[in-house]
Design a protein around this ligand. Structure first.
Ligand SMILES: Cc1cc2nc3c(=O)[nH]c(=O)nc-3n(C[C@H](O)[C@H](O)[C@H](O)COP(=O)(O)O)c2cc1C
Length: 198
């Protein structure tokens, strides 16, 4: 049985973003695990126009090269870690727009969350949970929240993640839960595909 492949999605694209540093930190901790494989998925590599198509991709897949590249990447993966900032108490526009382009590719796959900001990105994470459940993803409970004190230390005061040792165990807990759901749902999707082929 092959290991689930997890995409660590950087959900912001602006110059000087913090999200990239967070994603690399999560990827470093995932690297030693034997139950999942991870890769960073950077929205900068998947530029998309504002969604402006005839229907939701739930009904009509978006058949443009850039949409196929993005939805194809999500289809390759068995689960996701959304590394998210909070923009005006919600997610960044760029991740909401990117999610509007997909449906079947991410369905029945788990979504875990790493938020950062004044309240640990909690409001953005809650909104993301609501968005991804509409895409038939499975939003998970054990999130990582980098709140005001470590957030300011990391972006302003030259601190490193190692200066906040209580954060790393929350990544382990998040990945443990994600790995279980990724494997369980992968098995379920494979069984269903076998039944359909029989
Ligand atoms: C448009 C905008 C809106 C923001 N709104 C919030 C907010 O509602 N809550 C919060 O904690 N931080 C907010 N911030 C500050 C972000 O937490 C901070 O800029 C963070 O670094 C953004 O993530 P990024 O660097 O990956 O883009 C906002 C930043 C921007 C650019």
């Amino acid at each position: 049985m092959s290991k689930p492949r997890i995409g660590i999605i950087i959900s912001t694209t602006r110059e000087g973003r913090f999200g990239e540093r967070v994603a690399r930190w999560v990827a470093e901790q995932a690297a030693s695990r034997t139950d999942i494989e991870t890769e960073i998925v950077d929205l900068r590599d998947y530029p998309l126009p504002f969604f402006d198509y005839i229907a939701s991709p739930r009904f009509v897949p978006i058949d443009t090269p850039e949409a196929r590249k993005w939805s194809g990447k999500l289809a390759e993966l068995d689960g996701y870690v959304f590394v998210t900032a909070e923009y005006n108490h919600s997610v960044s526009g760029v991740i909401k727009n990117a999610l509007d382009f997909v449906f079947a590719e991410s369905a029945r796959k788990p979504a875990a969350f790493v938020g950062y900001g004044a309240v640990g990105g909690a409001r953005a994470v809650e909104h993301l949970r609501q968005i991804v459940v509409e895409l038939s993803m499975v939003p998970l409970n054990r999130a990582v929240h980098i709140n005001m004190e470590p957030f300011m230390g990391l972006i302003r005061d030259g601190k490193d993640f190692a200066d906040y040792p209580y954060l790393a165990p929350t990544v382990v807990t998040m990945l443990d839960e994600l790995a279980w759901y990724a494997q369980t749902l992968k098995t379920g999707r494979e069984l269903e595909a076998q039944k359909a082929a029989a």
